[in-house]
Design a protein around this ligand. Structure first.
Ligand code: ACO
Length: 437
């Protein structure tokens, strides 16, 4: 039987401690007993950016980054993408099991019932400048929903929580489509509840004067698969923000706004927009080697490459290539694809990228598909955020139900001044102040 204890010898005191291991992890609070003297605070762990710290236990998503494996609730992402639709997968992620037909019908009916947004929300969106970034509009509108549903603050009532989930999952495509139409100056299109989740989203994006929108089935399926791939990704930057903000018992609308803000950064979900900018900058296949040399020389990063967890091919990127084929059959091939494929080929043969285990991530190809569908790069991260709402809500709910969790409040290692006296302003030396002395 495995000995589940870790022995630590403190060389300062020669004291020996046995610390229990739980699932190969040390509880950081167990380190606190290790003290150099009775007045000592005790040992802490120092882990900026959580490189080696589990902040929670979770039963939602499993990633094996070394072997390129991603599973939601135990089901491989490849099977879910092939055999399920997005709302089925959303149900699985949120409630732990795939729905039967009755459960799915009820779930779809609930989500569909909540696709409309309050007219005041529409007016609020109208206040944004015509060139406002869609992600900024999306984040602000999520937060503004909190003012429309004040009962959402009652986060400990499971029924209230469930209602806000319906609302958020139902309304995010509507908000996203409105930000898109706003940036084009087009009138808003109301949801059509006879359509599927993705078809209705396409209806709100692209219907013009026709009385009924008929979505291209291949594009609707490709978008649905992209939504499945983006639905959750365990403790990524935005999920961690959702949990941290939610741990103060803030309502789910402001929590998701905060998570979406984290997603918008170029190192996270904003990378898909940056990939397209990068491909534009490269311009043609023959300029790829020179661009790679620039990256290796330390001038920026190859956007859409690298991942904190995946040190192998991102399994989502593989499925995205399948979706790309479906989309390009309907829209024609995006010429950027050739540059992207060449970039991937050159990078994967290069010692710099091999040594650091840098592979294409989910954002590398998604933007090329979105662009072929007719989206401007500024919309790409909003398209990522729609399905990720599901993951954020699942992480939030799990956190609220977890008896181990408390308000998220990390420690710090203080490196500033020791105590000092305030000098009257006329006696302060300007040069000393400027030099920080
Ligand atoms: N291009 C070039 N070099 C890179 C890249 C890249 N895309 N990513 C990492 N590296 C290098 C780093 O410079 C570092 O090199 P060094 O050891 O010589 O200093 C090494 O690889 C390790 O990288 P870290 O920055 O330590 O990796 P970390 O886990 O902190 O960062 C991240 C992961 C943020 C995703 C990073 O790879 C990156 O910035 N990628 C580009 C942005 C991107 O595509 N983000 C989307 C991620 S997926 C998602 O969030 C949905």
């Amino acid at each position: 039987m495995k000995n589940e204890l870790l022995g630590i010898l403190d060389k300062r005191t020669e004291a020996y401690y046995e610390i229990p291991l739980y699932k190969d992890a040390v509880r950081a609070m167990d380190l606190r007993q290790i003290k150099a003297g009775s007045a000592d605070f005790g040992v802490m762990s120092y882990d900026p950016a959580f490189l080696n710290t589990a902040s929670c236990q979770s039963a939602i998503t499993f990633i094996d980054g070394d072997n390129g494996i991603l599973r939601y609730r135990g089901y491989p992402i490849e099977q879910l993408a092939e055999k399920c639709n997005f709302l089925e997968v959303a149900y699985l992620i949120l409630f732990g099991e795939l729905p039967n037909q009755t459960e799915l019908n009820d779930w779809v009916a609930q989500i569909t019932h909540h696709t409309m947004i309050h007219e005041k929300t529409k007016k609020f969106l109208e206040g944004f400048s015509h060139d406002a970034h869609p992600m900024g509009m999306f984040i602000s509108t999520l937060a503004a929903l909190s003012t429309i549903y004040p009962e959402s603050r009652n986060v400990h009532d499971p029924e209230v929580r469930r209602l806000q989930m319906y609302r958020l999952i139902g309304k995010v495509p509507t908000i996203a489509a409105y930000t898109y139409r706003h940036s084009l100056g087009y009138p808003y299109v109301y949801p059509d509840n006879e359509l599927s989740y993705t078809e209705n989203f396409m209806n709100m994006l692209w219907r013009m004067v026709e009385p009924k929108y008929h979505a291209n089935a291949a594009l609707a399926r490709a978008l649905d698969v992209l939504f499945i791939l983006h639905a959750d990704h365990e403790q990524n930057c935005s999920a961690n923000v959702m949990r941290a903000v939610g741990s103060s018992q803030a309502d789910p609308f402001v929590c998701t706004a905060a998570a979406a803000a984290a997603l918008s950064g170029p190192l996270h979900g904003g990378a898909n927009e940056e990939v397209l900018k990068m491909l534009d900058e490269i311009g043609s296949k023959d300029r790829v080697p020179a661009y790679i040399e620039r990256i290796k020389a330390g001038h920026g990063k190859l956007m859409g490459f690298g991942h904190r967890i995946y040190k192998n091919y991102d399994p989502r990127a593989r499925i995205i290539k399948w979706a790309a084929d479906q989309v390009f059959e309907a829209t024609g091939r995006n010429p950027k694809l050739d540059i992207a494929l060449e970039l991937e080929r050159v990078a994967l043969e290069d010692e710099y990228f091999i040594k650091r285990k840098l592979y294409p991530n989910v954002d590398f190809y998604s933007g090329i598909i979105y662009q072929a569908m007719g989206f401007k790069p500024e919309m790409f991260t909003v398209l990522f955020a729609i399905p990720r709402i599901v993951g954020w809500l699942a992480q939030w709910q799990e956190m609220l139900d977890d008896p181990d969790q408390k308000i998220a409040r990390p420690r710090q290692i203080y490196t500033g001044h020791d105590v000092r006296e305030v000098v009257p302003i006329e006696k302060r030396d300007l040069s000393a102040a400027l030099s920080g002395v």
